[in-house]
Write a protein that binds this ligand. Structure first.
Ligand code: AMP
Length: 259
């Protein structure tokens, strides 16, 4: 696996792999602090594509709270080992100024999808997500990009952007990977104390009911931001709660066709 920090270098590396026109490229965008959820995306890409590119970039533009950005876990050496073990070919780890150089001033204006649910509680979040993903798509030109169902609304926003901008790439959505106790894996889970983690377990249990009222009852006493049926494909029962300093999201697909 090669670690690449510059846009010019990743383009050059991919140019040689594309010498064979049939060679397909898979992209897995991440913010690092890699866990088994990310690895499931790498494996899916490895199974389908000739070249697997993963990116690790803690995107400042998608964070609303400066403290969340500051405390986001970062460990490049560990991430590189995890990605290499999962047989990623190219790990793109740009500095912020590579993605947002001085004078950067163009943003993707996400419509209604960017204003509901997560968007209502994190204004500007999906603008940051869509903008960085559009950049990554234009840098890597993947045939397929891999995302987790964990961030169900992100998938909807990106599908819409791919359609609206005729980006001509496919999206694959991989199921939510959970710890044995049911908590969806998240890079932010490391910030939960053992007592907070016990409280956090009520989130997957509540969503497993598949019912807003039942879920709300099970979440009583927690700091709940929303519990709603989201009109996505597939529809999901989605929720966000705050446990201590950590904000957690999770969802359960409601149709029988799980992604
Ligand atoms: P992040 O590093 O949090 O930006 O996540 C990078 C990608 O991994 C996104 O497409 C997430 O949806 C996906 N992901 C994060 N956690 C999980 C999980 N527990 N199961 C499956 N995919 C996940």
């Amino acid at each position: 696996m090669r670690i690449v920090r510059q846009i010019a270098d990743i383009r050059a590396a991919l140019h040689s792999t594309r010498a064979s026109r049939a060679a397909s490229v898979g992209l897995v965008p991440t913010m690092g602090a890699l866990h088994a959820g990310h690895v499931s995306l790498f494996r899916a890409a490895r199974g389908e594509c000739d070249t697997v590119v993963a990116s690790v970039f803690v995107n400042p533009a998608q964070f609303g709270e400066p403290a969340d950005f500051e405390h986001y876990p970062r460990d490049e050496a560990r991430d590189a080992a995890v990605a290499e073990e999962a047989r990623v070919d190219l790990l793109f780890v740009p500095e912020a100024q590579e993605i947002y150089p001085a004078g950067f001033d163009t943003w993707v204006d996400v419509g209604r999808l960017g204003t509901i649910l997560e968007g209502a509680f994190r204004p500007g979040h999906f603008r940051g997500v869509a903008t960085v993903c559009l950049q990554l798509f234009n840098i890597v030109h993947p045939d397929v990009a891999y995302f987790g169902q964990k961030d169900a609304q992100q998938v909807q926003v990106l599908r819409q952007m791919i359609r609206d901008f005729h980006l001509g790439l496919e999206i694959r959505v991989c199921p939510i990977v959970r710890d044995a106790d049911g908590l969806a894996l998240s890079s932010r889970n490391v910030r939960l104390t053992p007592e907070e983690r016990q409280r956090a377990l009520r989130l997957p249990r509540a969503l497993a009911t598949g019912d807003v009222g039942a879920a709300l009852a099970l979440l009583e006493g927690l700091n709940v931001e929303y519990v709603e049926v989201a009109p996505f494909d597939p529809p999901v029962l989605a929720a966000a709660v705050r446990v201590g300093a950590v904000r957690l999201i999770d969802n359960t697909p409601l149709s029988s066709e799980q992604p």
